[in-house]
Ligand binder design. Structure first.
Ligand SMILES: CC(C)(COP(=O)(O)OP(=O)(O)OC[C@H]1O[C@@H](n2cnc3c(N)ncnc32)[C@H](O)[C@@H]1OP(=O)(O)O)[C@@H](O)C(=O)NCCC(=O)NCCS
Length: 145
């Protein structure tokens, strides 16, 4: 698998892949919002290509203090072959180059089994934190699109 920087030409492919992999595609995943994300984080938004097919994707973000990982997905037809680990390894190289001190990610509770995957890669569960969210504009935010 070859890992490349995401470009907007692959927008439809990543949406298809996220849906196939069971990721909730929400209001921050429209073309306009994804374009904002890639412009801000061009080094951190990666896709994996195998035999000219897009089979994996991960969106990294850096807000100037912490790094974040969003929507990592490997096509279910290609899972458990090491591609997810490859994507995370590559992303973490970029975070390290940027001098990021700490990277966070969020796992929805229905998806608990994925904890083992991240645990294998050296990630740790935080039980000293409570996550809270605030929605500034309820008309803007939609869980799914
Ligand atoms: C999570 C995901 C990206 C992992 O990708 P993958 O290519 O299947 O993972 P890898 O093959 O690189 O796995 C690396 C290691 O983690 C293990 N692993 C992978 N998925 C696992 C799972 N669901 N449960 C337990 N272990 C898992 C592998 O066995 C492997 O271990 P090994 O090195 O000892 O053999 C993939 O399962 C996926 O796309 N899931 C659906 C979307 C999702 O939940 N994304 C995460 C959102 S937070």
């Amino acid at each position: 698998m070859k890992i490349e920087k995401f470009s907007m030409e692959s927008y439809d492919d990543i949406i298809t892949l996220w849906r196939k992999a069971g990721i909730n595609v929400g209001s921050t995943d429209t073309k306009e919002e994804i374009e904002i994300m890639v412009k801000r984080n061009p080094q951190l938004f990666l896709v994996g290509i195998l035999d000219q097919k897009l089979i994996s994707v991960v969106m990294g973000g850096f807000d100037g203090r912490r790094g974040y990982v969003h929507h990592l997905a490997v096509d279910p037809d290609y899972q458990k072959k090491g591609y997810g680990k490859m994507m995370m390894d590559e992303l973490l190289v970029s975070f390290r180059k940027m001098g990021v001190h700490k990277v966070h990610l969020f796992i929805e509770k229905y998806n608990k089994e994925v904890v083992k995957f991240y645990h294998n890669l050296g990630w740790e569960i935080r039980d000293d934190l409570i996550m809270m969210s605030y929605i500034p504009d309820k008309n803007l935010y939609k869980m799914r699109i």
